[in-house]
Ligand binder design. Structure first.
Ligand code: NAD
Length: 499
């Protein structure tokens, strides 16, 4: 039997084995077999990565912005040319279909392109003659060594939400990707090295809680950018800030799509299916609840069901619409909600367990599932399921619908579907949610806006990427300067003010 590869860490622009003996299996979810193992870093391995980043910061933090920008442009060219290679890795380890993997990479490249404009984005401001002979200017400086901890569901895009902005602003990075699909982060780090990024500027440690805790406690880590489930995001935020670090921690979601009676139901059905089942529902911006305002429920269910009948679930390397779930345990957990739905009095309209699969028998499959009349007391409604399960809740009015949108603990994304501009405008203002779509089901902002939810979907003040990303990875310094004029002088113990 051939021995499986073991994925190393990446430190100082080289593969790094480290000291730890623990490993975790990485699966090919469409086949259901272990495809490789990944090393799980011990504290000493994290120390080695941080030490490399700390040393690199001495130079990189003072490297000209033009040089940093050139590396970013070179990386952009390389990733563009080799995006198919990366898509293959995503599909092999995550399971999402190739077309979806390509979409994820395109959204990551958007942030790289945004980071190429860093000279403009970090321009300071200058006020001349604020007092006699005195000028004030502000500049933005990097934080130092920053930690980035990412989830399994966007193994390329989420690292790319943070890494390009962090390094373009002069920081050095220790990235800890999800241990479930870690290869794309190593691939990205290798590509950055090829683009000319100096050793130590981007390091990758593979690992689990032990590595995360080591980063959170490390005195040389200035900030933590985290994306993952809400309980871990809260833990990371509380632990990191208690250690005096700057932390942005993005968490889970339960996104509602409100459908008003005047909406174009064909557009709604297309959108609900695309946003509910894309990436097998393993997106933090997936639509998981359709809130149908009377009387559209029955027609909408029919239209959604029709479209679901056309979806092919299977191996993402084939011409399929939807791939498997990430692990067998996760698939079983998601499947468990179908039993709960029946017990709680909902109607399972389409049961994904019976779907025909274009893939290996042992893949982690669950076909698209539609559940109608979900009681809002059921855990099918209240939990983030993170699978291909679309719930429909019927309400009598807009007021009842917006109360559901705003009623839960999360506030990541939401959407309204209507042809009434006034109603849409009211919804935009009423929603206590960070990202809102109007006839757009997955309102992920472009790279020059910022991404983040409200309430339990995000801890900390700075969202990911865009202007918030630049602010997060820099700190402002305000300089008050005077070049002495012979006419000035003398003692004055009063508080300085403009004169
Ligand atoms: P997760 O919380 O299990 O893991 C995220 C990261 O935390 C991983 O790197 C993992 O190794 C680490 N981790 C896991 N358990 C830990 C622990 N006990 N202590 C410290 N670190 C730990 O999340 P996941 O399953 O990889 O990803 C799916 C979740 O991420 C969903 O809840 C989804 O909504 C959320 N997500 C949110 C966003 C967003 O922008 N808000 C984006 C993508 C995913």
């Amino acid at each position: 039997m051939t021995e499986l590869a073991v994925l190393n860490h990446w430190v100082s622009n080289a593969s790094f084995t480290g000291t730890a003996t623990r490993t975790a299996p990485v699966y090919d979810p469409a086949v259901g077999v272990v495809s490789k193992h990944v090393r799980l870093a011990a504290a000493e391995d994290v120390d080695a990565a941080v030490a490399s980043a700390k040393e690199a910061f001495e130079t990189w933090g003072r490297t000209s912005i033009a040089t940093r920008q050139r590396v970013m442009f070179a990386f952009r060219e390389l990733i563009n040319a080799r995006r198919d290679e990366l898509a293959q890795i995503l599909t092999e380890e995550h399971g999402k279909v190739l077309a979806d993997a390509a979409g994820e990479i395109a959204r990551g490249i958007e942030v790289v392109e945004f980071a190429c404009g860093m000279p403009h984005l970090t321009k300071g401001s200058y006020s001349v003659e604020v007092s006699s002979g005195v000028d004030v200017y502000s500049l933005r400086e990097p934080l130092g060594v920053v930690g980035v901890i990412t989830p399994f569901n966007f193994p390329a895009m989420v690292p790319l939400w943070f890494v390009p902005i962090a390094i373009a602003t002069g920081n050095t990075v220790v990235l800890k990707p999800s241990e479930k699909d870690p290869s794309s982060s190593i691939w990205i780090a290798e590509l950055f090295a090829e683009a000319g990024l100096p050793a130590g500027v981007l390091n990758v440690v593979n690992g689990d809680k032990e590595a995360v805790d080591s980063l959170l406690e490390h005195p040389d880590i200035a900030s933590i950018s985290f994306v993952g489930s809400t309980p871990i995001a809260k833990y990371v935020y509380e632990t990191g800030t208690a250690q005096g670090k700057r932390v942005q921690a993005l968490g889970g979601a339960k996104n509602h799509m409100l459908v008003l009676p005047d909406a174009d139901l064909d557009l709604v059905a297309d959108s609900a299916v695309n946003a509910g089942f894309g990436s097998a529902g393993e997106r933090c911006m997936a639509v998981s609840v359709v809130v149908a305002v009377d009387p559209v429920g029955d027609d909408l269910i029919e239209k959604i069901r029709d479209r679901m009948g056309k979806l092919v679930t299977g191996d993402g390397r084939r011409a399929c619409d939807m791939g498997p779930l990430i692990t067998r345990e996760h698939r079983d957990k998601v499947t468990g909600y179908l039993d709960i739905a029946a017990t709680d009095g909902a109607t399972v309209v389409v049961d994904g367990r019976t779907a025909e699969i274009d893939g290996a028998a042992d893949g982690f499959w669950l076909g698209p599932t539609l559940i109608d009349n979900v009681p809002t007391t059921s855990t099918v409604y209240t939990d983030e399921i993170f699978g291909p399960v679309l719930s429909v809740v019927r309400v009598k009015s807009y007021e009842e619908g917006i109360a559901l949108v705003n009623g839960g603990p999360y506030g990541n994304g939401t959407a309204i579907f209507t042809n009434d501009g006034g109603a849409a405008r009211r919804f935009v203002r009423d929603a206590t949610v960070g990202m809102v779509g109007v006839n757009v089901p997955i309102p992920v902002p472009v790279a020059y806006h910022s991404f983040g939810g409200w309430k339990q979907s995000m801890f900390g003040d700075a969202k990911a990427y865009g202007p918030h990303g630049v602010d997060f990875f820099t700190r402002e310094k305000a300089v008050t300067s005077r070049w002495l004029d012979p006419s000035h002088g003398g003692l004055n113990l009063g508080f300085p003010h403009s004169s």
